[in-house]
Design a protein around this ligand. Structure first.
Ligand code: HEC
Ligand code: HEC
Length: 270
C-alpha cells in the first residue's frame, strides 16, 4: 500500500521533472517565496500536487482536503475564502508549518510546495463572485425577521445555525439558494441534527458539537450547550432533517431571497 503511494508520488514528480529543473534554476539564491505561483499556468501542477498531498498531508487534512475535526486539522478548501490568503502565504505555511501546533514544517523543494499550492487552489471552494442584485436594506429587515434568531451577522444574532457574515465568500449563489429553500439537502458541518429522550424523559433536539464513544455535546434548540452521557439516552436519532426550517416561495419570494443575499454580501468585507 505504502509502496504504491510512493511509486505514484515518484512518477508524478518525475513527470514534472522539467518544471522542477526550471524552477530550481530560476530560484537559485532566493531564500523567500515569491508571491506568485510560478506553476500557475501549468495544468499538470495540481495533479502532481494532489499526489504529494495524499502521501504527506491527507492523514491530517483528509483525502478531500476538507480537514479532520477530531484533530483540529482545518478544511483547506476554505483557505482562499479569507481575504488575506495569497498563494505566497499558503506556500509559507506549508514550508514553515505552524509553530505550537502539530502542523509540521516541510523541507520539500520549492517546486513541490508550489505543486501543493496548485492542488489546494484546484480544490478551493468558490464563493459568490458576482454582485447579487437586491435591496440591501429590505434584505436586512428580512434577515432580522426570519433568520437572526438562529444566525449571527456582525456579532449579533442567535447561534443555532452558523455565523453568516462571510457566507457569500464561501458559498456559490446556487448553494445559498438551496440552503434557504431546502436546508436538509446539504447540512453544514458541526450542525448535524440529533434528537433523543433523556433519563428524565425530556425530549431534546439539537445540533451535535462533539461526540465520542461515551458522551455527546450538543446545542439544543433553545441554544443552550449541553452534554450527556450516551448510556443515559434513549431513542437517539440522527434523522437528517436540518434544524433550519425550509423557506418555500410562499414565505420568501425569489426577489426577497435576492434582497437577503445582497444584504449578507454587503457584510462580507466588514
Ligand atoms: C500531523 C498533522 C498534519 C500534517 C501531516 C499536515 N498538517 Fe497542515 N495543519 C495541521 C493542523 C493541526 C493545522 C492547524 C494548526 C493551527 O492553526 O493551530 C494545520 C494547518 C495547515 C494550514 C493552514 C490552514 C489555515 O486555515 O490557515 C495549511 C495551509 C496546511 N496545514 C497545509 C498542509 C499541507 C499542504 C500538508 C502536507 C504537505 C500538511 N498541512 C500536513 C495538521 C497537519
Ligand atoms: C430555527 C433556526 C434557523 C432559522 C430561523 C434559520 N436558519 Fe439557517 N441554518 C440553521 C441551522 C441549524 C443551519 C445548519 C444546518 C444546515 O446546514 O441545514 C443553518 C444553515 C444555513 C445556511 C448554510 C450555511 C453553510 O455554512 O452552508 C444558510 C445559508 C442559512 N442557514 C441561511 C438562513 C437564512 C437566510 C435564514 C432566514 C431566511 C435562515 N437561515 C433561518 C438554523 C436556522
Amino acid at each position: 500500500m505504502n509502496r504504491t503511494v510512493n511509486r505514484s508520488l515518484h512518477s508524478a514528480i518525475c513527470r514534472f521533472f522539467p518544471a522542477l529543473l526550471f524552477i530550481g534554476l530560476a530560484s537559485t539564491g532566493t531564500a523567500y517565496a515569491q508571491a506568485v505561483n510560478p506553476l500557475e499556468a501549468d495544468p499538470r501542477a495540481a495533479g502532481a500536487g494532489g499526489s504529494i498531498f495524499r502521501a504527506q498531508c491527507a492523514t491530517c487534512h483528509g483525502a478531500d482536503a476538507k480537514g479532520i475535526e477530531t484533530i483540529d486539522a482545518p478544511d483547506l478548501t476554505l483557505l482562499w475564502t479569507r481575504s488575506e490568503t495569497t498563494d505566497g502565504t499558503v506556500f509559507q505555511i506549508i514550508r514553515d508549518g505552524i509553530p505550537g501546533s502539530i502542523m509540521p514544517p516541510h523541507g520539500f523543494p520549492d517546486a513541490q510546495v508550489w505543486m501543493l499550492v496548485s492542488y489546494l487552489r484546484s480544490v478551493a471552494v468558490a464563493g459568490t463572485e458576482n454582485r447579487i442584485a437586491g435591496n440591501e436594506s429590505r434584505g436586512e429587515e428580512l434577515f432580522l425577521n426570519n433568520c437572526a434568531r438562529c444566525h449571527r451577522v456582525d456579532g449579533s444574532g442567535g447561534s443555532l445555525g452558523p455565523e453568516l457574515s462571510n457566507i457569500t465568500r464561501r458559498r456559490s449563489l446556487d448553494a445559498l439558494l438551496t440552503s434557504v429553500r431546502n436546508p436538509s439537502a446539504n447540512i453544514a458541518r458541526s450542525y448535524k441534527p440529533v434528537a433523543f429522550l433523556t433519563a428524565e424523559n425530556e425530549q431534546v433536539q439539537g445540533t451535535i458539537k462533539s461526540e465520542d464513544a461515551f458522551s455527546i455535546q450538543i446545542m439544543d434548540s433553545n441554544q443552550t450547550l449541553r452534554g450527556f452521557a450516551k448510556n443515559q439516552l434513549r431513542e437517539l436519532t440522527r434523522d437528517g432533517q436540518s434544524l433550519m426550517p425550509a423557506f418555500p416561495e410562499s414565505l420568501l419570494s425569489n426577489s426577497e431571497i435576492n434582497d437577503l443575499l445582497s444584504y449578507l454580501q454587503s457584510n462580507r468585507d466588514r
